[in-house]
Design a protein around this ligand. Structure first.
Ligand SMILES: Nc1ncnc2c1ncn2[C@@H]1O[C@H](COP(=O)(O)OP(=O)(O)O)[C@@H](O)[C@H]1O
Ligand SMILES: [Mg+2]
Length: 333
């Protein structure tokens, strides 16, 4: 299911929580929406998932406009939407299996079908043996797995994840993201992944949009974002990434000085000896102050913080050469 947002706005009094957001969320992919706390992510997700109406703008699922549906049609449409949240939102009075059964009971499925589906769904999330477990006896990761099983119960076309891994440790986060990726493929889901963590985008998303103060600041593939970030907000997110290896620094700082330039190497040009060539060819001195590698899927993205010193003309030519080699050069201010 493709989702199209046209000029969506939502105000709370004088506060513009979401302002003029237009986006195309492609079918059968994982689409990330990243932003700091208060950026408007949860408001946006409530608009896209039809929990709230926009003040302005339109929401389309494929070729159907859905924000203007009647109450009755909305309820029908919402059955094809799954949602998971940071705090899991499970019923503590029901056990794991009964939580998964709940939406199917609401839909009026017969008891036998429900029983069979609960078992299948819990097996899908690797909790086949915890069907009778009270929620309080499950770990955070297991609770989120139950929530995922419940979200999938009525075979949704879209799965919304609002900070679904924010309450989990890095290792559990990774296993939940792996599960979501696996389910996305298996069930041809369109996944909208809301997060304030670039790690989540790096490890799970195909596309991403960066939200700041209610507006889209940039959108593209995750690889584009890592190799050519445009906005300051995005660069700041990238600068604070933690690496896959938990206790290693992703960006190693050799120097306390910030360095004048940040060079970004995209997959494919990370292993050419461009830096040493540059200093020989143009008579410039390159002083490296920090750097690191990030992995997005199978591709590696490098960043290098450095000074480039020399005659003005030589520095200009050196930078031009870097750019010709498809290296992004940002001047740090
Ligand atoms: N129901 C509401 N009433 C009033 N203000 C709200 C409401 N929901 C969100 N806001 C405000 O809108 C802004 C965006 O909030 P939210 O969408 O929750 O951001 P995020 O999920 O990115 O942290 C915040 O300033 C928040 O205080
Ligand atoms: Mg939020």
């Amino acid at each position: 299911m493709k989702i199209t947002l046209k000029n969506l706005s939502r105000n709370y009094g004088s506060l513009h929580a979401v302002s003029d957001v237009s986006l195309e969320i492609p079918s059968n992919k994982i689409f990330g929406i990243i932003g700091r706390s208060g950026a408007g992510k949860s408001t946006l997700v409530r608009l896209i998932s039809l929990l709230e109406k926009p003040d302005k703008g339109e929401v389309w699922y494929d070729d159907k406009r859905v924000d203007s549906l009647s109450e009755k049609e909305l309820i029908q449409q919402r059955r094809h939407i799954g949602m998971i949240f940071q705090n899991f939102n499970l019923f503590s009075s029901r056990n794991a299996g009964q939580n998964v059964a709940y939406p199917m009971e609401i839909c009026g499925m017969d008891k036998e079908t429900i029983k069979k589906r609960v078992k299948e769904l819990l097996e899908l999330v690797d909790l086949g043996d915890r069907i009778d477990a009270p929620i309080s006896t499950l770990s955070g990761g297991q609770k989120q797995r139950v929530a995922i099983a419940r979200a999938l119960a009525c075979e949704p076309d879209i799965l919304f994840c609002d900070e679904a891994t924010s309450a989990l440790d890095p290792q559990t986060t990774r296993s939940i993201l792996e599960l979501i990726k696996e389910i996305q493929k298996k069930m041809n889901l369109t996944v909208v992944m809301i997060t304030h963590q670039m790690e989540v985008v790096r490890d799970s998303c195909d596309f991403v949009t960066v939200l700041s103060a209610g507006s889209v600041v940039e959108s593209g593939t995750v690889k584009e974002l890592f190799s050519k970030p445009k906005s300051e907000v995005t660069k700041d997110f990238l600068a604070h990434l933690t690496p896959i290896d938990a206790d290693k620094e992703s960006l190693i700082h050799w120097s306390k000085l910030p360095g004048r330039y940040t060079l970004r190497f995209a997959a494919g040009n990370t292993d050419s000896p461009i830096i040493s060539k540059l200093s020989r060819e143009f008579d410039v001195e390159i002083n490296i102050r920090g750097g690191g590698i990030q992995k997005v899927g199978a591709d590696e993205f490098g960043s290098l913080i450095c000074d480039i010193n020399g005659e003005e003309e030589a520095v200009r030519k050196a930078i031009a050469k870097l750019k010709r080699h498809r290296i992004t050069v940002e001047e740090n201010v």
